[in-house]
Design a protein around this ligand. Structure first.
Ligand code: GRG
Length: 300
């Protein structure tokens, strides 16, 4: 899997360089900040998911590389804004200074705005050709909905509101439902849409699209539970960002609500669920099952 991921990342990296505004072009400082944010590392899991789902659904992944990069531009916007002093207030991301530290706060806000817009534009433009027009419209709709107030931004909003609520009188059951909703929206919806985008661009029927989407939803939840675990078990060097922030900020996470052991058990259950769903899509062995293991066992 590691070799395959490295190859996947290479083609994504090259496409991102092609798609981003050129160094030195107007507006110079904004473009530099956008390039700094996007080209500073990152696992590229969202475009990888789209390409591999597309291949599983019978398409040629190279045809959708640019569209898949639209997901990465949008994801990077969310990281840049999430790191701002008004939100997570973080100084480290992908092993480097966050954008507002390297540049300044107004530039980081603008760079995030521009990356969101650019990501949607890329999805509206690629793959090029009249024969793709219908699928491009559907792709923009899918991803825009996933990051809207009913998706990622809504999840982020509830996450912000939930800070400090761990010690309230709310019933555990209420908190568990709330936590799962936050995870499924804030982190899960864009990952789910990444899988679904690959299938949609391959032209699968509605039933098949639902199955890809189901696998993506489990993967999205697993990704955030793994993130919660890593926040209290990994080092800053491994993570490329500051660990231990969830506990310090009294944040609602799988670990702070249920404890580390229960979070690890939940992650194991989600891994089994993802492998079963992957098998339905690709047979007994395939890349989607491998990706499920990667998401659960990652160290960053
Ligand atoms: C402030 C206008 C405004 C909007 C808010 C900030 C935001 C929108 C949403 C936050 C979404 C968010 C940051 C979710 C966390 C998801 C997550 C686990 C990110 C880390 O993703 P990785 O591990 O990172 O894929 P790399 O660096 O590998 O790309």
């Amino acid at each position: 899997m590691n070799k395959r991921l490295a190859r996947e990342r290479e083609s994504i990296e090259a496409a991102l360089v092609r798609l981003l505004p050129k160094e030195g072009a107007w507006p110079v400082r904004l473009n530099r900040a956008m390039r700094y944010a996007v080209l500073g590392g990152g696992k590229r899991i969202r475009p990888v998911l789209a390409r591999l789902a597309h291949r599983t659904a019978g398409g040629d992944p190279d045809v959708i590389t640019e569209a898949a990069c639209g997901l990465e531009l949008i994801h990077t916007y969310s990281l840049v804004h999430d790191d701002l002093p008004a939100l997570d207030d973080d100084v480290l991301r992908r092993g480097r200074a966050t954008v507002h530290v390297e540049f300044d706060e107004p530039t980081a806000i603008m760079a995030g705005d521009a990356l969101l817009t650019e990501g949607l534009l890329v999805l509206a433009r690629y793959p090029v050709g009249e024969e793709w027009a219908g699928r491009r419209v559907a792709a923009v709709q899918l991803v825009a909905e996933a990051v809207s107030s009913r998706g990622m931004v809504g999840g982020q909003m509830e996450d912000l509101e939930s800070a400090g609520q761990l010690s309230t009188d709310a019933e555990d059951g209420d908190m568990a439902g709330k936590l799962e909703r936050i995870h499924r929206h804030k982190t899960g919806r864009l990952l789910q849409a990444s899988v679904e985008l690959g299938a949609l661009l391959a032209g699968v029927d509605d039933e098949s699209r639902r199955r890809f989407s189901g696998y993506g939803a489990s993967l999205g939840l697993a990704f955030q539970v793994a993130d919660d675990i890593l926040d209290c078990t990994a080092t800053a060097e491994e993570l490329g960002k500051s660990p231990g922030k969830d506990d310090a900020a009294d944040k609602l996470t799988w670990v702070t609500l249920f404890g580390l052991e229960a979070a690890q058990t939940k992650l194991g259950e989600l891994e089994e669920e993802m492998v079963l769903l992957a098998r339905e899509l690709e047979g007994p062995s395939g890349v989607l099952a491998e990706l499920a293991h990667f998401v659960v066992r990652r160290r960053n």
